[in-house]
Write a protein that binds this ligand. Structure first.
Ligand code: SF4
Length: 236
């Protein structure tokens, strides 16, 4: 993807949004020494559909703690994995996806190890991840950005996508991949991978507090000045 950095007015909107969110919520920084391995982040995403982060954290840690390696988890029957994923919203789906994904990596690489991705450019690495069963754009970007890889990929969940749509930064019906493709070329040039991670975490916070799926609370929202929806919302 050719980045045309700095020339789109939405780039400044993202800068202003970030400053406003930090002013409202404070810094939300994921320390480098607290980052998980790329394999852990991948598993967390594959089993995490419609499930709270804390539950998926516990399930992912539980599997690795019990079996000792992702290769060992890949060798376990799907039904046994399912028994360990009862915290997940869809345990049977999560177990099947995880088994298929881990075994697909082993079929290609001989072992569950993603280190080869650090030798690929970002688009190639994400395309490789998205060729695996159960891996879509949110998870591939998470592996690149929120793991020890710490690379410049924007993670987009439902909160992030909804806010970008309501603000008019991405098209109203953009899916996750379209949102990613729209945002990546307009991300401020000076933002590091950690800034992009913090941006995502701040937007998640905004989505949980003000820009909720139903009845957004625009009157008190720190993004209102830059938001197409907020500007047209009725003032109290
Ligand atoms: S102003 Fe309203 S629609 Fe816009 S981001 Fe804030 S809560 Fe969401």
């Amino acid at each position: 993807m050719q980045l045309d950095l700095g020339s789109d007015p939405r780039t400044d909107v993202l800068r202003q949004l970030q400053a406003g969110l930090i002013a409202r919520f404070g810094r939300i920084v994921r320390p480098l020494d607290k980052r998980r391995s790329p394999e852990w982040v991948l598993v967390h995403g594959v089993i995490g559909a419609q499930t709270k982060t804390a539950a998926s954290n516990a399930s992912t840690d539980g599997l690795l703690g019990e079996f000792g390696s992702w290769n060992a988890v890949a060798a376990v029957a799907v039904e046994e994995i399912e028994q360990r994923l009862q915290r997940q919203t869809f345990p049977s789906v999560a177990a099947k996806r995880l088994s298929d994904c881990l075994n697909a990596i082993i079929a290609q690489r001989g072992t569950v190890d993603l280190r080869h991705l650090s030798n690929l450019d970002l688009e190639q690495a994400m395309a490789w991840l998205e060729s695996l069963p159960g891996v879509a754009r949110k998870n591939s970007a998470g592996v690149m950005n929120a793991s020890t890889f710490n690379r410049k990929a924007m993670v987009i969940d439902g909160h992030h996508r909804r806010i970008m749509q309501r603000m008019g930064i991405v098209p109203a019906k953009a899916d996750t991949a379209k949102t990613y493709d729209t945002l990546m070329p307009i991300v401020p040039e000076e933002w590091s991978a950690a800034d992009m991670d913090e941006h995502h975490l701040l937007l998640k916070k905004l989505g949980q507090t003000h820009c909720r799926p139903r009845a957004p609370q625009c009157d008190a929202c720190p993004a209102r000045g830059n938001c197409d929806t907020g500007r047209h919302a009725e003032r109290p």
